[in-house]
Ligand binder design. Sequence first.
Ligand code: NI
Length: 168
Amino acid sequence: MAILEILTYPNPILKKACAPVTDVNDELRKFLDDMLETMYQNAGIGLAAIQVGRLIRAIVVDIREDERGSSESKVHKLINPEILEKEGSKKCEEGCLSVPGVREEVIRAEKIKVRALNENGKKVEFIAEGLLAICIQHEIDHLDGILFVDRLSKLRRTMIKKKLNKLT
Ligand code: NI
């Protein structure tokens, strides 16, 4: 497995929209494993392909534990993920490996119904709640060129961008 380079704000690639995956093959499966390894290496809980420079609709998620504190790790490798239904709303603090050093509260749906292909190209559908739901919404945003800071108020966004521009 390989550790990939994570692109960070303000890299313009992060603003691009990603194309659907048309062929789920061995090369893609290897790439998803590399993404997962890269995510673990950087202590992240989710990563989108675009964050390592590949403009395809693929994400990996492993929140390590659920809201009830269960430590059962569940890896999600989702290809062409879509949100079919959303329910409720919840404010939760988020961070992003592409926006290092920033954590901000974002409002997301509390519960979502997700459809995607798994790494074998099989269609899967499931309900996600809590941190898993938030993480999947954050990663799907990446596929449309949206960073979590883009979801903040204009004032907050301007402040954060000023801070980040000073750092870069
Ligand atoms: Ni992110």
